[in-house]
Each structure stands twice: as structure tokens, then as C-alpha cells.
Design a protein. Sequence first.
Length: 316
Amino acid sequence: MTTTLDYRTAPAGQDLTVVPVRHYGRWVAALAAVLALAGLVGSLATNANLRWDIIGDYLFADLIFDGLATTLWLTVAAMALGLTLGTVIAVMRLSSNPVLYGLSSLFVWAFRGTPLLVQIIFWGYAGALYKNVLIGIPFTDITFFQADTNSLLTPAVAALLALGLNEAAYASEIVRAGIQSVDSGQAEAAHSLGMRPALTMRRIVLPQAMRVIIPPMGNETINMLKMTALVSVIAAHDLMSNIQEVYAQNYQVIPMLVVASLWYLALVSLLSFPQAWLERRYGRGTAHGGHTSPLRRMFTGFTSASAPKTGKEEGR
């Protein structure tokens, strides 16, 4: 027979059998949440209006894969453009040159202050503002390059410019915060060794700033993947554009949106793995460097709650 003793009256050196606190309200809430989720899933699975047959027919259709290819290259190209230009703008904003600081601040103010949808439509219909794109010496007749705007700014190019320039405004703030997180003494020590500012930024500051830059930049990449759906307003032939073309013909809006949602969820889930790996890699040596997945945290919580504790463990 196990006897539960009070630690204040127990004999010295005798282990205590500690009875864990029962959180009945927590289990009731968990059961209610599981039942609600099961009810929702069951309702969707048995809903005849959802048309699972149409979802199955279009889930792996060639038209869908063509849109996925456009969505993926738009995401990669826009993030590359945004990160490269954002790094330059961040360095300009940290410059002591008032002209560079003013121009970079104006860029961030303009592209961060207007909705992305407005920018996409603007670039898509830029031919209504300028019929030709000219590159030359201002206020002279000297022209080095000239092209028709509509032939140059195709829907894909317009989507890339809108997404990339908008991302550059946000990426510049992320990079600037990362650069400012590095102690200024690092740059001063590099300068004392004769390193130039550009080399100091590339070799000393930016590698240390990656610890702060990587997590929000990973979120920006995932957000960019989803924001590519907005380019459907200029028919850029991405995933959402092709989905809209289909349901404009068969009028099955909800099933086709389910197809799009499943693919976006799959792509975002795949992007989450390299993001978590990069966060662990660049977060090593910090207080919060060990990133733990939600499933692992849940499993750890269940095992720790069910494991018995002794009096010595409770004393710790």
C-alpha cells in the first residue's frame, strides 16, 4: 500500500510519492476541440456540394502544374530581387550621405505605403501611362534603348516587378534591423585593421546579422508564395489565374478553390522545413536557438505530464 506523506512531516531521507495535479478542465477543452474538428471534417467530407470528384480530376491536371511552375519561379525570382535590392536600400538607409538616405527612405515610404494589389495593377497597365520605355540622357534627344511598353512589360514581368519591388521595401527594414543588431565595435575593429567599409559589411557584419534576418525573411518567403495569387488580376498564368480560368467555364468555384488551397498548403508546408533548419543553424549559441516543432512540443508535454515524479525531483 502506497502512503502519501506530507513533506513537512515525512522522516528525513524518505522519498515522497507526489501525486500530480489533475487538470480536468484542460482535458475537457481538448476533447471539445477534437470533437469540433471531427464534426467540421465530417461535414466537409459528406457535403455533396463540395464535389470531390471534380477536385480529384483537377488536382493533378496539366493546367494546374503549369500554374504551379509560374507560381514557384515568381516566388524565387521576386524574393531574389527583393532581398538583393532590399540589402542595398538598407545600407543606403544606414549611410551618412543625406541624399542616399533620403532616396532610400522615399522608396520604402512609397512601396510600403501602397497596397500590393494596387502596385500589381499599376505595373500591369503601365502602358497606359508610358507608351514607350526610353533609356537615355534626360532632357536631351540621346536615346540608348527604346521599346514598346506593352511588349516589354508582359503580365509575368509586371508581376515580377510588383512583387520584387514591394518585397524590397520590407526586406530592407529586416536587413537594416539585422545590421543594427550587430555591435558597432565589430565594424570599428575591422576598420582598425584596415578593412574597407564594403568589405567589413560583407565579411563581418552581414554574417552575424543573419541570425536576426533569417527568421523574418523565411516568413516573407512563405508570404510571397501566397501573395503570388494576387497577380491573377493581370492574368499572369500563375496557379490562381489558371484556377479562375477553369471555374469561369465550369462554374465550380468552391471545388477549384479547394484545389488551389491544397496546393498552397503543400508548398507552404515544404517551405517550413528549410526555414526551421536555417533558424536552428543561425540560432545556435543563443537563448532561443533551439527551435522545437509544435508536434515535438505536444509530445513532450504529454510525456512530461504523465511521468511520475519523486520527492527529490519535485524539490528541484
